[in-house]
Write a protein that binds this ligand. Sequence first.
Ligand code: MOS
Length: 721
Amino acid sequence: MGAIGKPVARVDGPAKVTGTATYAAEFHPENMAYAALVHGTIPRGWIKSIATDAAESVPGVIAVVTHLNAPRLPWKPVDAAPVDPGEGEQLRPFHSDEILFAGQPIALVIAESQETARAAAALVSFTCVPSDGAGLVFDRARARPPSEATRESYPAEWERGNAEGAFASAPRRIEGSYLQPRLFHNAMEPHATIAAWDDEGKLTLWDKSQWVDNVRDQITRNFGLAEDEVRVISPFVGGAFGSALRCWPHVTMAAMAARIARRPVRLELTRRELYTAVGYRPYTLQDVKLAADEDGRLRSVIQTAYGLTSAYEDYGEEVLDPVGMLYDTMSARTVYRLVELDTNTPTPMRGPGAVTGVFALEMAIDEMADAMDMDPLEFRLKNYAERDLKKDLPFSSKALRSCYETAALRFGWEKRDPRRRAMHDGNMLVGYGMATAVWPAMRAPASVRIRLFANGTAVVRTAASDMGPGTYTSMTQVAADRLDLPVERVTFELGDSSLPMAPVHGGSMTMASVGNAVAAGCKKLRDDIARLDGAEDGEHPVETLMRLRRDSFEVDGAAEPGAEAGTHSSYAFGAVFAEVRVDPDFGTVRVPRLVGAYDGGVIVNPRTARSQAIGGMVQGIGMALMEAGEWDDRLGRVMNANLAEYLVPVHADVEELEAVFVESEDRIFNPLGVKGIAEIALCGVAPAIANAVWHATGLRIRELPLTPDRLLMAEQAARTS
Ligand code: MOS
């Protein structure tokens, strides 16, 4: 049937638009109670007293949980999941009187209704004693190398050649500092957990999760349970972008509350709580130094990143991974430092690290091209890397050149006047800018169970997740393709830890991991059926089952990475082109057009893939122009912890978006030839827009977001200098 590559409409679309798809907070186990949280207000210190009697006396309140009466949990050590920081310990809710950050939950009210729980929570009174901690001011003077465990993944220093020497002796040099603020996932669906214990002490959790197996493993250890005593169910996730990778403290709190209330309890976080209960993309300051020859050959790239982490966990990310591999440069050097604050721990957010590092690097590359009087695209092509010089390995595939060419053509890059502030539309300044995008292609072991029925239908099951990209749909296509069945005859079930093991639904690796397990399982199913006594050569497995009067046939399938990671370097690539209109009087920026071309390997579903890509572009417009968690470094709080003041693009901010997937397949990386298309879609958008703003205005603003006040101040500074 050839279902791979077809623009199949989402198989779960009708359930989503009719409201029958059940998200974590929408399950209704019998006799469910509701929880609400009370938060500490100081960034660091101790709870001195806490009074719960007023809350307890509210009609409908079942219990109030604090560190004074919370059950002492075993907190068995957790083998660090790859989504957890390598060092430190996650907040243990109600474990002690210690306060680690402002907004930390210090009490939980369980009541008959959500309204009662929230109202009673407001009646809990407490006093706190502040103490010294890591501090609240992001000061690079306090930066330190990542801890030993963190350094294993994110080296403190890395160098090829003699980068400083090459920089010092090169004829052309630029350097600059770039700032990316704290950014929040702000998925539509708030995090929520419903916890229910049964009479035998088994726990069921309905949770918003990108990795049900991880939630099961962590909760199992926190409560000292056996693996088969915890089941995590998460069939639909309303966006996550990384916020649902870890098993956050609220999951433990929900399970604690349900144990105390002796009935199911729902804990749904408020929008404001989402700014402290889960992580965020860390505030990151970067210095970039580039040097080139007179003919435009890059000689040295030196990038230093200072990332924020909490005082209780050591969060690192791949900010600097692209530095040594994106361009063909003899020498390169990276330095990674962390700055601790008394705040909650950051966490991966769409394209974690790479999006941040590429923002600085791709703005710097643009500045270097300008300093060379070269076209920014020509400059990048001149320094095109045919091989991964960082890993010293060939790429398993790389179609970046074709991304550049395709996107440039669709965008009309040749119409760009190379001079800054030279293109106009009426009073508006017009700018064209571009940037490169890159994201590592990753793959992990995954497994599936497939049952084929004699009536010509099939059911495929795995513990994988679908946070919105269309896992249900694309996996159904892979199975339909490999079983030679129409898509409508295949059902895909996921989001349940009782199903066969699947890796984290993150890092853009679900198709390369689970997709290949589905394909392998289908092959095994067909092979096994063909070997049945009485099976005939060349017949469809459904025909065999019918003829042999077998109702159905089931197999377990699995796939895992091979030796390719040691022999090849695998990345998804992209090129993003942006047009901006800047109002010179008001400093407002609009983005009438974005064109992106991506090398994501084989595209299983061009329709959901396009949806991924334009979604990333919209998020990129937000990152470039609007988004910032405004940190108050006296109070230790994000001041705009709500969707009224944390600005994200709305429909009126988004105009023409075009996403193209170039011809590409990567059969070295994995049998399906896919590379992953989620994170790559956000990468490169913000620098492309910032570079376009520079082209329009002649202002090089190196701090995100490019808000009107920053543009007007830069304009004023340029006029007076
Ligand atoms: Mo993505 S940050 O791995 O959800």
